[in-house]
Write a protein that binds this ligand. Structure first.
Ligand SMILES: Nc1ncnc2c1ncn2[C@@H]1O[C@H](COP(=O)(O)OP(=O)(O)OP(=O)(O)O)[C@@H](O)[C@H]1O
Ligand SMILES: [Mg+2]
Length: 318
């Protein structure tokens, strides 16, 4: 059986979780004092919310942590009544640890309706002497104020490229392979702060046998930023036919849509060294083409029109 790296390399200690330093400091202090308030972990996907809840539990309870941890998922536990029953059953049995409480981790808590959350709040009160709740959600604003005011909110951030690279390097060492800076940049760019996505790309690319930036872009169905750079400079130099040919091959060989192309050019333009005036004009042109395509206009005509506009903008003297 192959190991899935997101599980194999899920940190089991708070100190191995990267990029959430403030949160880890606070949680470490709770661990040291053997105390814990109710918590809300808010933040985007794949940044360590579940991992942190698990690592925190392991550090608090050590060996017997499993008996002291209940994980529920608000979006698939079929309604608030099932959740409350589960909580009740779990909370009834005395904690098998010296701290005097157990942890209930409720994933996707923002999926519960406000009414369900209100019911949950009452359950929370009822068992609060022997349980601590950790709510996980994307936005803490989706949690009702009475729950918010009884919890400490911790905001998880997207993982910064340098922190992601730290983790990738550790995994590369463990798995015995080399990865160059370009490939790491490609992974951090595509995964946009989502560590789960980064590790999945890393594992896919490792098993494909070719650990290169080009292959990473190819596998994830994204064009290499360098291609957009070339496309943009050809178009702005007025080499319409060459640019169009390049565009066609990106669409056919890499399966990119008109919208993908426009978004790709958009992220490339930000790094491009052209005059601010030209940059603004290009961005306006991109905005217009995107709008038209989304509204149902043909990819082909809009992309041709865009290339024509870029040629026009490129003619202007800086
Ligand atoms: N901050 C981090 N440091 C190290 N590894 C991480 C971090 N965040 C995520 N990972 C890795 O990514 C995987 C997924 O992370 P996790 O399950 O904690 O995400 P999550 O924030 O709970 O996301 P979701 O909102 O989708 O549930 C983990 O198993 C771990 O391998
Ligand atoms: Mg999670």
């Amino acid at each position: 059986m192959i190991d899935i790296w997101t599980e194999k390399y899920r940190p089991s200690r708070l100190s191995d979780i990267v990029g959430q330093d403030d949160i880890m400091r606070k949680l470490q202090s709770f661990v040291n004092h053997k105390e814990l308030p109710h918590l809300i972990f808010a933040g985007p996907a794949g940044v360590g919310k579940t991992t942190t809840a698990l690592a925190l539990t392991m550090e608090l309870f050590g060996e017997g942590w499993r008996d002291n941890f209940l994980e529920l998922n608000a979006s698939n536990e079929r309604g608030i009544d099932v959740i409350r029953e589960n909580v009740k059953d779990f909370a009834r049995i005395k904690p098998s640890n010296s701290l005097g409480f157990k942890i209930i981790f409720l994933d996707e808590a923002d999926q519960l309706t406000p009414e369900a959350q209100a019911a949950l709040r009452r359950t929370m009160e009822m068992y609060s002497s022997a349980t601590r709740f950790i709510f996980s959600c994307n936005y803490s604003s989706q949690i009702i104020p009475p729950i918010q005011s009884r919890t400490v909110v911790m905001r998880f951030r997207p993982i910064k490229p340098q922190d992601m690279k730290k983790r990738i390097e550790i995994i590369a060492r463990e798995e015995n392979f080399a990865i160059d800076e370009d490939a790491m940049d490609a992974i951090t760019e595509i995964s946009e702060g989502d560590m789960r996505k980064a590790l999945n790309i890393l594992q896919t690319i490792k098993s494909s046998g070719e650990m290169s930036a080009a292959r990473i872009y190819e596998i994830s169905g994204m064009a290499n930023p360098k291609q957009y750079k070339t496309l943009l400079s050809k178009a702005m130099a007025g080499l319409f036919d060459e640019a169009r040919e390049m565009l066609d091959s990106m669409m056919i060989e890499q399966g990119l849509s008109g919208i993908d192309i426009i978004r790709g050019i958009h992220s490339a333009i930000r790094r491009e060294l052209i005059s601010p005036r030209q940059k603004i004009q290009v961005i306006m042109a991109l905005g217009e083409s995107e709008f038209r395509i989304v509204e149902g206009s043909s990819d082909n005509i809009q992309l041709d029109a865009l290339l024509a506009k870029l040629a026009y903008i490129g003619q202007e003297v800086n």
